[in-house]
Write a protein that binds this ligand. Structure first.
Ligand code: LLP
Length: 414
């Protein structure tokens, strides 16, 4: 992580001492660096320079309002997958005409909301969805801008739960059937064909499946053009993978080359929907050690963050580096770093070697993406607070949830 560094053995994010932040706001606490968000965004701007493009930040990666506000200020659009995400984008100052709407299960109410807001494009994932969208748009006297999300059947070589472009996955329409669907859409009174979309998976560290998928999509663009259906944009889906452990993230110069060689002079616009790579390395999760439990053959460092705060290790067996916030002379311990939730799957990291003490602080790295946004209230745990750092400025962007808030909408039976 770029803007994370040590001063006299103490960890800082930009100019903020993580020890001070934990003391001031409590733990578990998510902390994000604005400079890191800017760097990540600029890497995409550079990769796409010279091509007409729109970077649509994938809201699901981190949907906190201040994060969305920051990307909106940088000029980003947004990739949303629900009415809730659209509401967040609008509340954060994002413009609807830069929003693309993905997802296999859009409800009629969500379609209405998006049509009324005037979003840029619906990424349609099935024939039934197309029919529904045509009907809903008709009821509102509008024409819905559409792309089909095509499933190119390529293996993205990532975790099976986050692979989306294989024919056994629920996403998109089979690329072989796309032609017929475009013809059908072109005849509909209340949809207007704008583009094509393809997202093959997340945490991609190898770009060759991306290049393969794009070739297949561009072959479709050509064959549609010869049938008189001209597409304005290609949406290439999510962004590149990041470094959690020993992965080598894709070379952005190669990424740029793959895009330029395929799109230069070809489309009116290229859309990308990066999530993880825009926020992942900008965020850390701070957690305090409650207990150190020395077991038989196994030591447990029990921390105050749990699977409800950061679900990735439990759900995908994901690795996040864990480091002490303050370096100490304490002897290091071979341990599992676990949370208080009553599940064996509740771990933040297994088989680590850490110099820790009870009451000490740990930082879980590269936790900015799919951390807070996937958090839950399991075990009736209020969700963490969030802080943004901009050089030496600190902003509390989300207060720690309270137990009263957790129960607020509930009623006892009479
Ligand atoms: N566009 C679509 C349609 C997507 O489904 C996704 C991610 C993205 C863009 C953003 O992809 P990215 O740039 O982040 O790779 N919770 C999982 C990741 C789930 C990704 C789902 N879709 C994790 O924590 O690894």
């Amino acid at each position: 992580m770029n803007h994370l560094h040590r001063k006299d053995g103490r960890l800082f994010l930009e100019e903020a001492s993580l020890e001070d932040l934990a003391r001031r706001y409590g733990t578990p606490l998510y902390v994000y660096s604005l400079a890191a968000l800017n760097d990540a965004y600029q890497a995409y701007e550079r990769a796409l320079a010279g091509l007409p493009h729109l970077i649509c930040y994938a809201v699901k990666a981190n949907s906190s309002l201040a994060i969305l506000q920051h990307f909106a200020r940088l000029g980003a659009g947004f990739d949303i997958v629900s009415g809730g995400e659209l509401a967040r984008v609008l509340a954060a100052g994002g413009s609807a005409d830069k929003v693309v709407f993905s997802g296999v299960g859009k409800t009629a109410a969500e379609m209405r909301m998006a049509l009324e807001a005037g979003i840029r494009c619906f990424n349609v994932e099935s024939e039934s969805e197309l029919e529904r969208l045509n009907r809903v748009a008709g009821e509102l006297g509008k024409r819905a801008p559409v792309s089909f999300r095509v499933n190119p059947d390529v293996d993205p070589k990532t975790h099976p739960y986050i692979s989306t472009g294989l024919k056994q996955n629920k996403f998109g329409v089979p690329i072989g059937r796309a032609h017929g669907l475009y013809r059908r859409a072109a005849e509909m009174p209340h949809v207007e064909v704008h583009g094509v979309d393809c997202h093959i998976g997340s945490q991609l560290t190898d770009l060759s499946p991306v290049a393969d998928a794009l070739d297949r999509v561009l072959a479709l663009v050509d064959s549609l053009a010869s049938a008189g259906i001209r597409l304005r944009h290609v949406d290439i889906g999510g962004g590149v993978g990041i470094r959690y452990q020993d992965e080598t993230p894709p070379d952005m110069a190669l990424y740029r080359e793959i895009l330029r060689s395929r799109f230069k002079g070809r489309m009116e616009e290229v859309i990308v929907e990066p999530g993880r790579s825009l926020v992942g390395e900008a965020g850390v999760l701070l957690t305090r050690v409650e207990y150190i439990k020395r077991g038989e053959g196994k030591n447990f460092v029990i921390v105050d963050a749990a699977m409800n705060d950061l679900m990735r290790p439990a759900l995908y067996d994901a690795f996040h580096e864990i480091v002490p916030v303050v370096e100490s002379e304490t002897a290091s311990l071979e341990c599992d770093v676990v949370g208080p939730v009553c599940e064996t799957g509740d771990f933040i990291g297994l088989g680590r070697r850490l110099a820790v003490v009870e009451g000490g602080l740990l930082a879980v790295l590269a936790a900015g993406a799919y951390g807070m946004s996937m958090s839950s209230n399991y075990n009736s745990r209020p969700r963490a607070a969030e802080v943004v750092v901009n050089k030496n400025e600190i902003f509390l962007i989300r207060e720690r949830e309270t137990v009263e808030e957790l129960m607020a909408g509930e009623r006892l039976v009479s």
